[in-house]
Design a protein around this ligand. Structure first.
Ligand SMILES: Nc1ncnc2c1ncn2[C@@H]1O[C@H](COP(=O)(O)OP(=O)(O)OP(=O)(O)O)[C@@H](O)[C@H]1O
Length: 625
């Protein structure tokens, strides 16, 4: 699920440091001065003991200790210069980020995005500075301590270096996986927050539509996903703690347990105390800072930089808007979705690309996953893997609502005037001419006239299912979302009315239309058809598919596969695998083993040897004609 640019921040970071090599060199030189103090921590102590206090020469001991004290003063001066050098590295980074961010914000005329972004730039700057300090301090402290150990006695280095290096290696090995887990956790957390943000204010609508169970199940999946990502993060966190124990605490234990052997082999008591000082005063704190500092901050910096430089302001938020307007209208890459952790995936590795202004019909046997696909494209369901982009941006979060509109089979009409029902998806009042134009285009005008105008109070129970669908369709038309998804949204209309409504959506300038087809005539009207059969998803033009897809030919033979509610030919599927739903949408045969299963029949048909434009296995149904 990693985007192709996932490693961008690391490489860009290295390139940035490379370009700034004079500052990096200056930083290194001042760090060497600072490191002198680390060296003296153990060395001066050892000399003070061995040559001074233990040898009865107190003055010599004091002289060495005084030298170590002076080292602290010199190192403090080095540290002050280090800070200047770090500033010389960090400020240009901030300037460059701000330039990019403000430039894009002005281009997109999104001042809120700029203010959000400048906040993130500050985070990036502070984190970057912290990272430089921590990693630099570790490198120079470790070098100072190891050189000190070697000067005291190479045997001491032999005891301390192996566990230290093993700890560092383990820490480095956890860096990438941990950063990835951290990002997955953040994404799951943000998605759950976004879902709650949508659901909580709409609880009344959820209850009115009787969707409590579905919404609870959907939120439950979000919670489960966040739990899974948090558990994975915690598992990798354990390894990180282990690296600290191996690299920082094990050397101390080894020094203490091998002390008799070391003393027998010529290591002086002073050198042993000096080695203990190196481990406890220098190596252990430096490694501790590295593991905790680089661990958390490194991941945070990578995420913030990625969002700033590639995604824009906040994933799923304004950043997405930053990219909106580019690329295809709809793009699915390797999307996999199951209705539960142990359920068979309904979609597996599905790829699909729909161009702007294109009209796509989705067909397939009942229960094969068409509505699931619609839910994923609309952002109501979150794929377990893969990515969905509408108008170049994510389908969830801020701004996503305005980019797509889903019209489900069960039309929702609320008590209120017809006008209120039609304006519902628009933030502002809609001019009368626009409403009547939309009603005319979709085919609602006769009903408006019959009801007595737009300001008539509706009593939803008195409307037929078809009338409710016309109202819902016109409401979606008025919403002017670039992508419209009709999920059997015309199933209660007769074929002529259905055709009129679909053509109206397809004719919207620049508007993209995805129709989960209820009748085969929908597929014939579309530019391309996606045929889903549980094994493969083929995508192509009607005539192409008639030639290549036996299932599509069967579906064409079947005419109306939605339950015989007035299909083109009103026929029955020629193959029992194309099981029909009953007129009330309840399938006759339950599918065992699926939690919350609504009892659909699943049809699995092979597409044989034919060349696929795309499939549900591992190939992509991108526009390939
Ligand atoms: N909320 C749910 N919980 C568990 N399983 C579900 C849920 N919704 C759908 N399914 C299952 O997922 C599979 C795909 O269902 P989906 O409704 O997407 O199919 P479909 O092709 O749209 O069918 P239809 O044409 O009958 O509407 C079916 O096996 C169905 O039983």
């Amino acid at each position: 699920m990693n985007p192709p640019h996932a490693q961008g921040p690391y490489r860009r970071g290295v390139r940035f440091l490379w370009r700034k090599w004079p500052v990096v060199l200056r930083l290194a030189l001042w760090s060497v001065l600072e490191t002198g103090q680390t060296f003296l921590t153990g060395y001066a102590l050892a000399r003070a003991l061995d040559d001074g206090f233990l040898a009865g020469h107190e003055a010599v001991g004091l002289w060495w200790l005084g030298g170590a004290g002076l080292g602290v003063v010199v190192a403090a001066y080095g540290t002050s210069r280090v800070y200047r050098a770090v500033a010389d590295l960090v400020e240009p980074l901030r300037d460059s980020l701000v330039r990019q961010v403000v430039g894009r914000g002005l281009h997109d005329a999104d001042s809120a995005a700029v203010s959000r972004l400048t906040q993130q730039v500050e985070i990036a700057r502070d984190t970057f500075a912290g990272l430089i300090m921590v990693s630099r301090s570790f490198v120079f402290t470790a070098v100072g301590a190891l050189v000190g150990l070697f000067s005291l006695d190479p045997l001491l280095l032999l005891v301390v270096a192996p566990p230290l290096l093993a700890g560092i290696a383990l820490f480095v090995a956890t860096l990438r996986p941990l950063a990835r887990r951290q990002e997955e956790f953040l994404v799951a957390d943000e998605e759950l927050a976004a879902r709650l943000g949508v659901v909580c204010p709409g609880l009344r609508d959820v209850t009115a539509a009787g969707a409590e169970d579905d919404v609870a199940a959907d939120l439950g999946r979000g919670v489960a996903r966040e739990y899974r990502t948090a558990a994975a993060l915690a598992r990798w966190g354990v390894l990180r703690t282990a690296s600290l124990a191996i690299g920082g605490q094990l050397p101390l234990i080894l020094l203490l347990t091998t002390a008799p052997w070391l003393l027998d082999n010529g290591v002086t008591p002073g050198a042993l105390v000096g080695a203990l000082a190196y481990v406890t005063q220098a190596l252990l704190p430096a490694l501790h800072n590295l593991v905790h500092g680089l661990g958390a901050s490194g991941s945070r910096l990578a995420i913030v930089l990625r969002r700033l430089m590639w995604e824009g302001p906040g994933s799923g938020g304004g950043a997405e808007a930053g990219r909106a307007g580019q690329g295809p209208a709809l793009e699915l890459s390797s999307v996999t979705f199951a209705y539960g952790p142990h359920a068979e995936p309904v979609l597996r590795n599905l790829g699909l690309s729909v161009a702007r202004g294109e009209h796509l019909a989705v067909v397939g046997p009942s229960g094969i996953g068409k509505s699931t696909l619609a839910g994923i494209v609309a952002g109501l369901l979150v794929p377990d893997a893969g990515e969905v982009r509408v108008e170049g941006a994510g389908v969830r979060g801020e701004g996503a609502v305005g980019r797509r509109v889903l019209i489900p089979q069960e039309a929702y009409v609320f008590t209120g005037t017809l006008r209120e029902n039609l304006e519902y998806l628009r933030a502002e009042p809609v001019p009368e001419s626009e409403l009547t134009g939309a009603a005319e285009a979709v085919g609602l005008a006769p009903l408006v006239a019959r009801l007595g105008g737009l300001d008539t109070e509706l009593v939803p129970g008195e409307l037929s299912a078809g009338e409710r669908q016309l109202i819902a369709l016109t409401r979606a038309y008025v919403a002017y979302a670039p992508l419209a998804i009709l999920d059997e949204a015309t199933c209660h209309l007769d074929p002529v009315a259905e055709s009129r409504a679909e053509r109206a959506f397809a004719a919207r300038p620049g508007g993209t239309l995805v129709v989960i087809a209820h009748r085969i005539s929908s597929a014939r009207r579309a530019d391309r058809v996606l045929v889903m059969d549980g094994v493969h998803a083929l995508c192509g033009r009607h005539d192409e598919l008639m030639e290549r897809s036996p299932l599509y030919r069967d579906l064409n033979g079947a005419g109306d596969w939605g339950g015989g509610r007035g299909g083109d030919r009103g026929g029955v599927a020629s193959d029992p695998a194309l099981a029909l739903r009953d007129p009330y949408g309840v399938d006759p045969v339950p599918r065992p083993g699926l939690p919350g299963d609504r009892g659909h029949v699943v049809a699995h048909r092979s597409v044989g040897e034919m060349e696929t434009v795309g499939d549900l296995g591992d190939r992509s149904a991108s526009r390939g004609e």
